[in-house]
Design a protein around this ligand. Sequence first.
Ligand SMILES: Nc1ncnc2c1ncn2[C@@H]1O[C@H](COP(=O)(O)OP(=O)(O)OP(=O)(O)O)[C@@H](O)[C@H]1O
Ligand SMILES: [Mg+2]
Length: 331
Amino acid sequence: MKLAHIILLVTAFSSSSVLVRAFDPITTTVVVGIGATLGRTIYNYLRESCDPKWISFNATGLRADLDSKLFGQHIASRIIFKALNGFLNNENPKKPLVLSLHGWTGTGKNFVSKMIAENIYREGMDSKFVHVFTSTLHFPHLSHNITYKAQLQQWIKGNVSNCERSLFIFDEMDKMQPGLIDSIKPYLDYYDKLDGVSYRKSIFIFLSNAGGESITETALDFWKAGRGREEIELKDVETALSLSVFNNNKSGFFHTSLIDKNLVDFFVPFLPLEYQHVVQCVMAGMRDRDMDPDADVADQVARDLVYFPKSERVFSVKGCKTIDSKLDYYT
Ligand SMILES: Nc1ncnc2c1ncn2[C@@H]1O[C@H](COP(=O)(O)OP(=O)(O)OP(=O)(O)O)[C@@H](O)[C@H]1O
Ligand SMILES: [Mg+2]
């Protein structure tokens, strides 16, 4: 024991390489071990690693972002906060969290995914534990489906083995070939472990326009009946949404066992955006650019967008998309 103490002291003050040569194999192992541990600690300190220093849920931050930056999505905002807060505060979840975000283009699906990533991972979307798959980019060819299935499984398994708190975002689910997503079904299910890997702390988010029409129809019905948008509740859209997604043969969810087996925890509807929300988006865009928000400019940008249905002109065809580039033109 004494010898070990001396070695520790000496190590602290002298060059370890010299010492390593001077000592017997056991001592050498101790010295190298300490050196390696110290090295790893410094390395982990500087580089993103799978620990609470880099991954910790900021519930207050997520709530504030949803409340102040996401416009016109009262249902999505509520579900997303509750789902994540519940899941991330549960030490022992029974399965990974699976959210499926649906809605018209430009209504905030990617935007919210980014907020989620930023409030869990210090590095946000740049975190090496956040993985984005885009159907048209990563799985473009129908004929390679079998290879894609194997790759996707390997990818997910590899990443979750590396860090159980991984976030997977599958974008453009409606453009994914039917059947491909079923290959990840085992990972989303109620298994303790699969081949020694536990998936229960991971989060899967699917994004798609599938079901957007049924959500829009409901929103339009409310509008026509003179009812407030905020009166729309999840139950008003949920059933129609999951059915239209499941039965849409153009959607990556077509007859998928993920829906059949209830592996999707929440279907999150994104409502189509109205003129007032577009105005809010423009004002936010100006603030992001450190410009003084100008209500006249916001009004002008919002007025120049196209709205549907043609006769009533209620919802923005592109949601809040392309607003950023429009700002260059109007200011
Ligand atoms: N509800 C919203 N509140 C605030 N900003 C929004 C909202 N929806 C969209 N935006 C703005 O518009 C941009 C584009 O939105 P986003 O990429 O999230 O749309 P999307 O729903 O993913 O559309 P798509 O279905 O076409 O992929 C966002 O980066 C954000 O700046
Ligand atoms: Mg998107």
